[in-house]
Structure formats: structure tokens, C-alpha cells
Design a binder for this molecule. Structure first.
Ligand code: BGC
Length: 392
């Protein structure tokens, strides 16, 4: 049964106001009434496909079959995918349910962990987004669920499985990653970093097909994904250019603080001509295609932005084909991340300047004001929604 959060329920003796008094296993410690936080747990949910359906709802306790580890959510990050799901353009609920708990960028603290799971109460953790398909396809069978071949994978908070924007969730250890406590709240940046860690992993795998000495990297888009892709580029010692259309705000400065060069989108030509590696992070491929085909170059272009269909561009497919063939160029897409990429991302964050990472988080919004978190503001880079810290 779904009820709006905070609404008193006549069929139970415990209301929202009792929440701080709830014990770890769901009894109201003050009144000793059987008030499970299954009746009081708040979550951000949508009816997928239905714009305007997003709300803060009370939902049942995470079921035991979700895993032997109970995690108390500290924060969730908000990205374009969440806004698409809220806009009714993307996402699906678990089978047989109307609503989907959203949220796939997360940071939590273990509340309870069964012995032998490798986790203990108090551990700072991040839940992995994707689950292997049940068949499984060859990629999923090998733990490469990010490369699922039959589309039957599920994704927490996105596709067929509840997400992490709930006060608590349960999980199996295979899909939980420990985060260096020194990172603190910055651990919420792990999931977006995994997306670029995978992109870099695959660029490097493709690059190994022949001897190669890339020097220049172009990143299109100075949002969180673009800036994190640039962080990993500078960590690798590349001359890095980051392109965006803004001229003000924090983004150009964030690029410069990495030791990279900020390029305004109108000046794309030169950077596009010289880059050995391009990571597209805006979903606007036409910008690159229009600037690119006349430049003959051996290069690897990785697309990470999920775009809407229907964009138009003036591209000469013959010229594009000829130049890509004659230069052995590669254009490929990259989505999601497997456990290996979470480990790579954790290392990249540990090596990064924490002040720079902290400045990526431009707004922290408490759960009570959740609607503000999902309303985009001009200077936003990464907005996070903070959950009340009920850890032991
Ligand atoms: C998430 C990925 C996910 C993709 C497609 C992205 O926002 O970060 O984990 O695979 O959306 O659903």
C-alpha cells in the first residue's frame, strides 16, 4: 500500500513523528509497540512513464530477499537520467508494481550485515546500479553486466528494480562497494565516476590494438560526467580540453583547476581537429560530427551521453566513412559500469583533490525539501539529496 509520506495511518499506532524513536529492527523503542519502519520508510518514487507522478511516499521495509545487508542511505546524487525518469521519458517499475523508487547514485552506511558478508555496521558503502540478466548472457555470466547483450538486465532506480532514494535498502554483498571513510560525503560521486572509469577502460582497451601515443584529449560537456572524465584524463597526464557552452559560473574554473583548458563551444574546431581521444558527454553528437569529418585523424571517440531521438545534423556520411576508414578511427558507445570499474573509480577519487571534488557538489538539499533537489538551477553541477543520518 502506498501512502504519501507523513500521513498518519489509522491502522497503526505509529506515525512519521515516531521515526527518530524507531529501533534498528523496527520496533518503537519508546512505546514498545510493533511499529515497523516498513510503514514509515520514506522514498522518492515515480509511476514510470507518467510525468508529474514523482512524490515522497511511505513504502514497505526492504524485503529480506533483497540481501543480507541493510544500508541506511546517507545521500543520493541526482543526474539527467533521474530527471528523464521524473519526466516520464525513461524507466520501469519492478514487475507487478506501479511505482519505482528512483535514485542510482548513492552513498550509505551499513546498519546491519549478516556474518560472512565482508561488511560490518558503520561501513560507508555504495550500491552498484546494474544487476546481471537472469539468462545470463555471456557478458553477464562473466560479471560484465555493463555489457549485457540481451537487454534483460535490471538497474536499481532505473529499470525494473527499486533504487536507492529510500531511507534504507537491502543488498547482496556482490553489489556493494566499500568506500574509503576519508572520502565522507564525496563518496556519493563514486557512481558517476564509474561511468567515466569504464569509458577510459574501454578507450585504453581499444587503444591497445596498435602502438599508439595519444597526447590530447577533448571532453565535450562540463557537467559532472565531463568534469570527472577530465579528472581521469589529467590523472593520466593528457593535455586535456573541456568544451561547454557556458561562459560564466563554476565550470570553466573547475576545468582550469584540473590544469585542463576550457574551450567555448563556438571554438570547437581546433580542439576537435587535434584530439587523439574524444569523450562526448553531452548527448549532442551532431556538434562533433559537424566539426569532425573534415579532420582526418586516427582517433578514438567514446560516446557517454544518452540523447533523445530526432536530432538533425548536416553531416556528409561519405566523408565521415572515408575518413574513419582511412584513419582506423573508432566511434563507440559506453554505458554503465561493472564492479571492476567501481574499484577503478574509487582509486581515482582517492587520488583526486578533495577540495575540487567537493566543489563539484554545488547543492546539498535535505530530504524534507526534496522537490528543490530535482529542480535544475543554472549553476548546478551535482546536486545531492541528503537523508537523515540514523546510523548507529
Ligand atoms: C547510469 C547508468 C545507467 C544508465 C542507463 C546512467 O545515468 O549512471 O548506470 O546504466 O543511466 O540506464
Amino acid at each position: 500500500m502506498w501512502v504519501p509520506a507523513g500521513q498518519a495511518r489509522p491502522d497503526r499506532g505509529c506515525t512519521r513523528e515516531d521515526l527518530p524513536a524507531l529501533g534498528a529492527r523496527g520496533r518503537c523503542v519508546e512505546t514498545e509497540t510493533a511499529c515497523s519502519y516498513g510503514e514509515a520508510m520514506r522514498a522518492i518514487t515515480v509511476i514510470p512513464g507518467q510525468q508529474g507522478s514523482v512524490t515522497l511516499t511511505d513504502m514497505p521495509e526492504p524485503p529480506d530477499e533483497d540481501g543480507p545487508i541493510l544500508v541506511q542511505t546517507q545521500a543520493v546524487g541526482i543526474c539527467g537520467t533521474d530527471l528523464e525518469i521524473i519526466g516520464g521519458e525513461y524507466g520501469s517499475a519492478p514487475p507487478g508494481q506501479d511505482r519505482l523508487v528512483i535514485g542510482h547514485e548513492t552513498l550509505g552506511r551499513v546498519a546491519e550485515a549478516a556474518p560472512g558478508t565482508g561488511f560490518g555496521a558503520g561501513d560507508l558503502v555504495v550500491g552498484i546500479v546494474r544487476r546481471r540478466d537472469p539468462v545470463p548472457c555471456p557478458a553477464c555470466a562473466a560479471g560484465h553486466w555493463d555489457m549485457c547483450m540481451n537487454g534483460q538486465y535490471t538497474e536499481r532506480g532505473i529499470k525494473g528494480r527499486h533504487g536507492y532514494a529510500s531511507e534504507r535498502y537491502r543488498i547482496h554483498p556482490e553489489y556493494l562497494v566499500a568506500v574509503d571513510p576519508a572520502l565522507g560525503i564525496l563518496g556519493v560521486l563514486l557512481e558517476p565516476t564509474t561511468v567515466v572509469a569504464k569509458a577510459w577502460d574501454h578507450i585504453e582497451k581499444i587503444g591497445r590494438r596498435a602502438a599508439w601515443a595519444p597526447e590530447k584529449v577533448l571532453i565535450t560537456g562540463a557537467g559532472p560526467i565531463g568534469l570527472l572524465a577530465a579528472l581521469l584524463a589529467t590523472q593520466r597526464g593528457y593535455q586535456t580540453y573541456v568544451l561547454d557552452r557556458v561562459t560564466e559560473g563554476r565550470k570553466p574554473e573547475m576545468v582550469r583547476r584540473l590544469g585542463a583548458t576550457y574551450v567555448h563551444s563556438e571554438d570547437l574546431g581546433e580542439a576537435a581537429a587535434e584530439a587523439d581521444i574524444v569523450i562526448e558527454c553531452t548527448g549532442h553528437l551532431q556538434m562533433l560530427l559537424e566539426a569532425g569529418p573534415q579532420h582526418v585523424r586516427y582517433r578514438i571517440i567514446c560516446l557517454t551521453g544518452v540523447s533523445a531521438a530526432g536530432a538533425e545534423a548536416n553531416v556528409d556520411p561519405g566523408l565521415l566513412n572515408r575518413n574513419m576508414v582511412l584513419q582506423n578511427s573508432v566511434l563507440f558507445g559506453s554505458v554503465n559500469a561493472n564492479r571492476h570499474h567501481y574499484e577503478l573509480a574509487a582509486k581515482a577519487l582517492a587520488q583526486a583533490d578533495s577540495g575540487w571534488l567537493g566543489d563539484l557538489i554545488t547543492r546539498q538539499v535535505p530530504l524534507d525539501q526534496w522537490t528543490d533537489a530535482y529542480a535544475r538551477q543554472p549553476d548546478d553541477i551535482k546536486t545531492i539529496l541528503n537523508f537523515p543520518d540514523a546510523s548507529p
